[in-house]
Design a protein around this ligand. Structure first.
Ligand SMILES: [Zn+2]
Length: 260
């Protein structure tokens, strides 16, 4: 009996959620729910129970959301994460890749630290709750999750959505938020704007030719934040839009399909 008292009761399963790899899930628990966690990772929750969680390209097929209700009862939801067929292209010959030069090696650590700091600064604003719009106008020229295998060696999967928008066309905020980073050119990202939409959801817009905002600016959905360019590592003008939920890269195309 004494031993049993020391073991916390398993959370009572009250809900099931169907998500998919690269996807985002917005849900609502009863008001007063608190201490939510996705597989042990803290999940923010509004006083009226709203939350957002995301799943990476290679997310495992099952996950668990746990929380406590207003009376402190431990509850859980089983999450099924459906696999998605990613575009994988095998190329027999290894193209000649530029060897990272000394300047890149010297600059990169500070750039990565700046980007990580921008992601770490998370607000309670509600941009994540609404409908999202595309940050540029143009055909999709690169999808999230696609990967090339070069002579048997897999390269890093494409972690964003590419818009083949003309150089100098507008890049707009896909949802309301606070600008956390507006600087460049970074070696790979070029001129980069990162927008915090709240609750861990962050947009990054890469390769801009011009930046029209500064860190700390509050932007509304559709507000111009810069212009399409080809700065950083880009073969031509396009907008690369990447979205992360905490440290998980999600598929921006899934965000565009979310209903409010
Ligand atoms: Zn891209």
């Amino acid at each position: 009996m004494m031993l049993a008292a020391l073991v916390a009761a398993a959370p009572v399963a009250v809900e099931s959620i169907r998500a998919e790899q690269g996807g985002i899930w917005r849900g609502q628990l009863p008001a007063g729910s608190h201490d939510a966690q996705l597989d042990g990772k803290p999940v923010r929750i509004t006083p009226d129970g709203r939350y957002i969680i995301g799943f990476g390209r290679d997310a495992a097929p099952a996950a668990t959301l746990t929380w406590q209700d207003a009376r402190g009862t431990a509850l859980s939801a089983a999450i099924t994460v459906a696999p998605r067929p990613w575009q994988v292209q095998s190329l027999p010959t290894l193209p000649v890749l530029p060897v990272p030069d000394a300047e890149f090696a010297a600059r990169r650590p500070a750039e990565l630290a700046q980007i990580a700091a921008a992601r770490a600064d998370i607000s309670d604003i509600t941009g994540w709750q609404g409908r999202f719009i595309a940050p540029a106008r143009g055909p999709i020229s690169g999808v999230y999750g696609s990967q090339r295998i070069l002579s048997g060696t897999p390269s890093a999967p494409h972690a964003g959505l590419d818009f083949a928008a003309p150089a100098g066309s507008d890049v707009v905020a896909p949802a309301a938020g606070i600008v956390r980073l507006a600087s460049g050119p970074f070696t790979l990202e070029g001129n980069l704007v990162m927008i915090d939409h709240g609750f861990g959801l962050v947009s990054a817009c890469l390769h801009l030719s011009r930046i029209d905002v500064k860190p700390g600016d509050v932007v509304v959905q559709g507000q111009r934040i810069g212009l399409v360019g080809a700065t950083g590592r880009a073969t031509g003008p396009h907008l690369h839009w990447a979205v992360s939920w905490t440290d998980v890269r999600i598929d921006p195309a899934q965000l565009l399909e979310l209903k409010p």
